[in-house]
Ligand binder design. Structure first.
Ligand code: HEM
Ligand code: HEM
Ligand SMILES: [Fe+2]
Length: 482
């Protein structure tokens, strides 16, 4: 019976141990992301803050690259974590997997140090290779790019070989196919061309197709797996939803990329294509949202019919984060994305703080949430807990982080609204208008609130780390006592 996989099957699993290593680095990078975000937020208010020590451009670069990298770490960790449960086999070639982990971690450390220590200088062929490739979110220099591809190939080979050796469930089949697309797209961000339109064209193949197609499918598969493990959802039901979402996400996500081709010098037919397909993108996100709630309700119904007690949730904090994921994905990506996706709107909002509001809410809602949920699942496994209950710290963590990010999103939306009205509509855009709009009280107050809400988020993060470090041991003690 696949649906009744026990929480603590595969004790001593090699691939789960490797997953824990990935999660640990992920949480450290998440902390670094927040710290550099706070510095950049202060620089919006006090532009001279740390000038020539840690410039805004560098703080921002570290903030968003740490974001992408911690998420990739947590994604790799999540796959290694679910691998044994889904396939029925512990991961194969785990020594190779561990070597890959250390190589990647060393490379990431060097890249971050170089970003921090070499802040200014000429942009040449050599700097593309050794310092900064200059593509927002994936700025790692070329040598690291190549290293990342090699490590990802090792990871992929491990997952694929385990999958071939063991059971091939629907969830794992989607995962294996999706990972191939996800890894392959990274290569599109590695070509160099000095034509900025062409460069942006390919860059979006990574950025948009990642987050709006392959990463979304990834979290769909992950949510399906987690729901089976946590509330015992029926595999047939979650897999059926998963296949529908895969179809819809790839359908709308691929041509939806047109919403980034409005103003970069690509042909004008992208206006219509981008408008139509990107407007359809929230549909699968609604389906995902329905999916989680429907499964839960359905499971309760089945349990009742079978005369058992309704859904026994065996991991409170993980479930809370996964439900937040369903809401957050719909809100941040679906609603905030839809707001500015039509060219008639985007011509006003493009590149304003409105974009940043959407970026924060979407990355947090769609990805940070469920990946944190997976970390709680790994704690439950590591300590062999049958039912992991939320502690005061778990509750403070989810409340403060979610409240903080939501607060930042609202503050940035207000700043963006002011930019649209003053910079774009009133003053007609342009360099001067850009600066004038940023000196008005609406904008400055909004940036102040963003900084405050950033601190709230950071305090929540401290609760999260504290909780992850202590709750397993506590729960184990309580379980032994009971
Ligand atoms: C989880 C999924 C998503 C994530 C993580 C995400 C994240 C982002 C980020 C970070 C940017 C800014 C990129 C830059 O630096 O220029 C962006 C831009 C954009 N996103 Fe999303 N997004 C998601 C889904 C969506 C969806 C579903 C829609 C539409 C319905 C959408 C519409 C847009 C648009 C129109 C822009 C361009 C904004 C501009 O012109 O400045 N996004 N997204
Ligand atoms: C302590 C909390 C945080 C603070 C103070 C903060 C601050 C900032 C600042 C100042 C920027 C630069 C904006 C600009 O160039 O106009 C930024 C960009 C960004 N941050 Fe954060 N951030 C925080 C947390 C997060 C979280 C939790 C996420 C997602 C999980 C996130 C995702 C992003 C993204 C995607 C961008 C790029 C947005 C764009 O280009 O439009 N940040 N953040
Ligand atoms: Fe997009």
């Amino acid at each position: 019976m696949l649906a009744s996989i026990k929480t603590n099957e595969f004790k001593g699993s090699q691939s789960k141990a490797l997953a824990m290593m990935y999660f640990r680095v992920a949480i450290i990078l998440f902390g670094a992301q927040l710290l550099f975000g706070l510095i950049a937020a202060i620089q919006f208010l006090v532009p001279g803050f740390l000038f020539e020590l840690l410039d805004f451009s560098v703080a921002r670069t570290v903030h968003i690259n740490a974001l992408v990298v911690w998420m990739l770490y947590a994604m790799i960790g999540s796959v290694y974590f679910m691998l044994a449960d889904e396939t029925g086999e512990d991961g194969v070639h785990m020594l190779l997997g561990k070597i890959g982990f250390w190589v990647l971690t060393l490379a990431v450390t060097i890249v971050v140090l170089v970003f921090i220590f070499v802040q200014v200088g000429a942009g040449t062929e050599a700097s593309i290779w050794f310092i900064n490739e200059g593509r927002e979110y994936i700025e790692a220099p070329r040598w690291a790019d190549i290293g990342i591809v090699v490590v990802v190939l090792i990871f992929y080979w491990n997952v694929f070989a385990t999958y071939m050796k063991g059971r091939q469930t629907g969830i794992m089949t989607v995962m294996v196919a999706d990972l191939l697309a996800l890894a392959g797209l990274y290569v599109a961000g590695m070509f160099f061309t000095d034509n900025i339109s062409m460069d942006q064209f390919w860059w979006w193949w990574v950025i948009h197709l990642w987050v709006e197609a392959t990463w979304e499918v990834f979290v769909g598969a992950l949510a399906a797996y987690a729901l089976i493990k946590i509330i015992g959802a029926k595999r047939e039901i979650v897999e059926m939803w998963l296949w529908i979402e895969v179809l819809m996400l790839f359908g709308s996500g691929i041509l939806g990329m047109g919403h980034h081709y409005f103003w970069i010098g690509t042909p004008e037919y992208w206006w219509e294509i981008g408008a139509l397909f990107s407007a359809l993108e929230p549909v699968p996100l609604v389906a995902m949202f329905v999916h989680v709630l429907y499964d839960w309700g359905k499971e309760q119904g089945i349990a009742k019919a079978e005369g058992r007690q309704g859904s026994v949730m065996n991991n409170g904090p993980a479930m809370a984060w996964i439900v937040t994921n369903a809401f957050g994905n719909f809100l941040g990506a679906g609603i905030w994305g839809f707001f500015h996706t039509l060219p008639q709107v985007n011509i006003y909002t493009h590149g304003t703080q409105f974009t940043a509001a959407h970026g924060h809410l979407a990355f947090f809602g769609a990805y940070a949430t469920i990946l944190i949920g997976m970390m709680y699942m790994s704690i439950q496994y590591a300590y062999g807990i049958d039912r992991l209950k939320a502690t005061f710290k778990s509750k403070m963590a989810i409340f403060m982080i979610t409240f903080g990010v939501l607060g930042m999103g609202i503050a940035l939306t207000i700043a963006g609204y002011e930019q649209v009205l003053v910079e774009r509509a009133e003053l007609g855009g342009g360099w001067n208008a850009f600066f004038m709009a940023q000196e008005l009280p609406w904008y400055i107050q909004a940036q102040m609130w963003r900084a405050i809400m950033g601190v709230v988020t950071f305090v929540g993060f401290i609760y999260l780390v504290w909780d992850l470090l202590t709750l397993g041991k506590q729960a184990k003690k309580a379980q032994a006592a009971a």
